[in-house]
Structure formats: C-alpha cells, structure tokens
Design a protein around this ligand. Structure first.
Ligand code: ATP
Ligand code: MG
Length: 389
C-alpha cells in the first residue's frame, strides 16, 4: 500500500483546513464551512482508503472537530440543522463562534493534599525539590530551579492528582488545560488562547501575589512528533514554546511553573523535551501502596472478618490506583445490588451484607489490569534514556 498517496491526500486536507481556518477567522463563514466540508471529505477518504494508517486516529478527531465547528457556526448564525434561515446579523454573532477561553482553562484551588497521594515517593520528592522548596525559600536556590516539569506514566496512576496536590501544597492557583481541547476546540483561536493562558498566569502571579501552576494534560496531543500537521498546529506549538521560554528564562523570579502530563512520552518531540528539564515517572503502585489504597477505599465499607487487605494487595500486582478504586467500587455495588434484589433496600435502616474476600476475588478475576506489562516495559525503556529527576 502506498503511503505516499496517503501523504498527498493529507496535504490536500491540510490545505483545505488552513483555508477554512483563515476564512473562519475573517468571518467569511459560508466559505469557511465549504472548506471545512472539503477537508472533512478528504480526511474521510484518507481514512477509508488506508484504514490502518498510523495517523488515522488524529484524522478522525480532526474531522470531528471540523464537523463540530461547522455546527457551531450554523448555530450561531441561526441556521438550524435543517438549514434555510438566513443569518440576521453576522457581525454581532461572531463572539458566540469563538471557543470560550474560560470554558477551556479551569482555574481552581485544588484541595487534594500531598499526603493523600499514595506511594510515588520518588515523584513526590522530585516535585518537592522542583516546586515546593524553591517556592517556600527561593533564597536557598541562587542557581534557579526548573520551571518545566513533565509527569509521564500509565493512565490512572496519579499524575493529575499529584499535579493538583503540588499546587495545593504551595497554595498556588492551578490553571488546568487539556492539550487535546486546545487543538480540537480552539480551532483557529488556539494560538491566541495559548498567549492568553500565559498572560493570565502572569497577571494572577502579580495581582494575587501567588504562585501559578499551569497544568497541561495530554500534552502529547500538542507535542507529538508527526510528519505533517493538519490545521495550524505548528504555529500553536511555536507559540507555546515561546511562552514557555519566557517563563523559564534564567533569573526570572515570577513564580510560574508548567507541569505537563502524558501517557505517551515517546511521542514527544525534542524541542518540547528540551524545555521540560525535569521528567518524572509516575508508575504503578507497589505492594505497600496497593495495600494503602485498599485501606483508603474500603474505609467507609463494612468488611467481613475474612478480608485480608495484604492479600488483596498481593493479588493485584500490575493494577493501577484507579483500577483498585474501581474494583472496590464494583464490589460495593454488588452487595448493594443484592440488597435491592432482595427487596429489602426500601426498608428503613437496611444495610448491605458485609463484603467478603470472595466478593473481591470474583471482581478481580473478571477485571484485567488496565495497563499491560508491555506498556510498563515501554515506560521503563523510555525512562532509561529520558528520565530526569
Ligand atoms: N497514587 C495514588 N494515590 C491515590 N489515589 C490514586 C493514585 N493513583 C490513582 N489514584 C486514584 O485514581 C484516580 C485517577 O488518578 P489520576 O487521574 O491522577 O491518574 P492519571 O495518572 O492522571 O491518569 P490519566 O493518564 O488517565 O490522566 C485518582 O483520582 C485516585 O482516586
Ligand atoms: Mg490525568
């Protein structure tokens, strides 16, 4: 099969998409819709012709994003799904066509504590050294400290939790952005919104006199290495790198940190990695951590005397924190279901029966770990070259 032909179709799709975005940002909506449509058609053709092409997932997402964009334009201009109604006042409605910055950047004060993150001692130590200590006593760090930090590892092991807990620990404002939505929803506005994100961070740092942690989740969707780009990613990436440099510049005193997270560190490209000098592996929980997780999640539940948390920890080797939480939830749900099926659930004060070891084992048997050992190997291999504590 010729991937060269795929490459040609790809460049056609890119051309249409770029044109669509240009027209869109100029306010030439009907023409923009036409170009989006053409780009979608080309992408679909590409996907159908080469079903196993490695970039198909991206193409599908992209086609969906363009479709969403067309719908948004039509809605904003008063053209229903059926079409037909003429727009009354194109100009006045342009605002509603813009992706709303505030919907995409979540500003929060996280309340998860560092101690609540179970295990991950090495990762916690690294974050203390990179963010918490310098923030508390900047005078002890005359040589500066890293501002760009990457958390990588399998899904469900606490990356997001750790980022939020770090922010809470230094009472920082947490600006959380999902890189995938930068690319899919900020269509045509992405560059501007990246600028706005960093500007907001600087303003908060100054006005509220607080540290700011910018958290970019799924950063691989922004900085994956790809042969070609569909729809202006390069500009967005460059903007992002430029802003990052502005913050990480040596000698800068502004307390702004950029934490990025990814499940696919191997797809990150070198310019990005260079700026994220600290790279921290957030891996599977070990036996002691799994036991603590079982303790935590079963705390509000009634357990039968035969339940041994030690043994549960032993038989869940390879499971993630989020797997363990799901196991406990599923077990609990089973006894609640029993109560409902017995018809007693509506009697006041009725309770599910205590949970037994067999209940746990049944659920665990039916649930494979969400991370395979091959995946774990891939992280370890990447770590050998790129880990930087
Ligand atoms: N080390 C941990 N300590 C305590 N809870 C954990 C830990 N790891 C995972 N969990 C539980 O699993 C949930 C999911 O974790 P989190 O969202 O932080 O994972 P993640 O690494 O960011 O995953 P993803 O890559 O899918 O975003 C958490 O909300 C928490 O309930
Ligand atoms: Mg996460």
């Amino acid at each position: 099969m010729s991937y060269q032909a795929a490459g040609e179709l790809e460049s056609i799709a890119i051309k249409y998409a770029n044109e669509a975005i240009r027209l869109d940002s100029q306010g030439s909506y009907p023409q923009a819709i036409m170009m989006y449509q053409k780009s979608i058609e080309t992408l679909m053709k590409l996907i159908n012709l080469y079903p196993d092409y490695k970039l198909n997932q991206i193409y599908t997402q992209r086609a969906m994003a363009y479709r969403e964009r067309i719908k948004a334009i039509q809605r904003a201009r008063g053209i229903g799904e059926e079409g037909g109604v003429e727009p009354k006042d194109g100009e006045g409605r342009v605002e509603t066509l813009r992706a709303n910055f505030d919907d995409l950047v979540l500003k929060e004060k996280p309340d998860v504590k560092f101690e609540q993150v179970i295990g991950l001692e090495e990762a916690k130590r690294a974050l203390e050294e990179a963010i918490i200590f310098p923030n508390k006593r900047p005078d002890l760090f005359p040589l500066g400290w890293p501002r760009g930090i990457l958390l990588y590892g399998p899904p469900g092991c606490g990356k997001t939790m750790l980022a939020a807990a770090t922010a809470a620990e230094i009472d920082a404002i947490f600006l959380s952005v999902d890189a995938a939505s930068i690319m899919s929803k900020w269509l045509g506005e992405a560059e501007k919104n990246v600028m706005k994100l960093f500007q907001q961070a600087r303003e908060i740092a100054q006005q509220e006199n607080k540290a700011v942690i910018i958290f970019i989740d799924e950063v691989d969707s922004l900085f994956g290495t790809r042969a070609q780009e569909v729809g202006g990613e390069i500009r967005v990436r460059n903007q992002f790198l430029k802003e990052t440099d502005g913050i990480t510049e040596k000698g800068k005193k502004t307390p702004i940190y950029i934490l990025a997270a990814t499940n696919k560190p191997w797809s990150l490209d070198p310019p990005f990695l260079r700026r994220f000098e600290k790279r921290i592996y957030v891996g599977l929980p070990n036996m002691a951590a799994r036991k603590k997780m079982f303790e935590l999640y079963t705390q509000p539940l009634e357990l039968a005397p035969d339940v041994k948390l030690d043994e549960l920890a032993k038989i869940t080797e390879g499971y993630t924190g989020s797997d363990i939480k799901n196991i406990v939830q599923a077990v609990q749900l089973n006894v609640v279901r029993e109560l409902f099926e017995s018809g007693k659930a509506l009697e006041p004060g009725s309770k599910p029966r205590p949970i037994t070891m067999a209940d746990f084992k049944n659920v665990i048997k039916q649930r494979k770990p969400s991370v395979t050992s091959e995946m774990v190997m891939a992280y370890i291999k990447w770590s050998e070259t790129f880990k930087a504590l």
